[in-house]
Design a protein around this ligand. Structure first.
Ligand code: 5GP
Length: 148
């Protein structure tokens, strides 16, 4: 997929936004949705996406939507760091297949990094549903206190 690819409304994140596909939801408001990555590269790997922008990547997303996504990404990163206590956290955003993008609805990755633990393979290795459910519950209380 090139950087100028046409937005496909059947991509998996568009399906999640519509409620046609499930997700382990962490946060949602009118403009932004955040959920756990089901192929996590580390414990607590989360994704933040705009709900109203049919944008593939950083080139075609509108600035207002991008700002809203980044605002939630920062708040959620604070929550994840407070709860999971990683020693580091990566914020990543890929544009175009050669850059590593596999889902063509713009998104921001929050990837907690733990000392001595290497990064899992990108978009591979599905987590156990029970583990994702436990993690969702573990983060939920703090997320509920997050200001909007
Ligand atoms: P990208 O490679 O486009 O930067 O990131 C896409 C991310 O979406 C990957 O980290 C991949 O693991 C994740 N992903 C792919 N399919 C699904 C899915 O059905 N549900 C969730 N929650 N994450 C997905």
């Amino acid at each position: 997929m090139s950087l100028t690819t046409t937005y496909d409304p059947q991509n998996i994140f568009a399906q999640i936004i519509r409620g046609d596909a499930p997700c382990y939801r962490l946060y949602e408001d009118d403009d932004v949705l955040a959920f756990l990555d089901v192929f996590p590269q580390s414990y607590g790997h989360a994704l933040v996406i705009p709900k109203r922008s049919a944008a593939c990547n950083i080139l075609d997303v509108d600035t207002e939507a991008l700002c809203k996504v980044m605002t939630v990404a920062q708040k959620l990163t604070r929550v994840i760091v407070d709860e999971l206590k990683p020693e580091g956290v990566q914020i990543a955003q890929f544009n175009g297949a050669p850059a590593g993008q596999t889902v063509f609805h713009i998104h921001v990755h929050i990837v907690p990094r733990y000392s001595g633990e290497s990064l899992g393979i990108h978009a591979a290795g599905k987590a156990e549903p029970a583990e994702l459910e436990k993690l969702q519950v573990r983060l939920a209380k703090r997320i509920a206190l997050m200001d909007r």
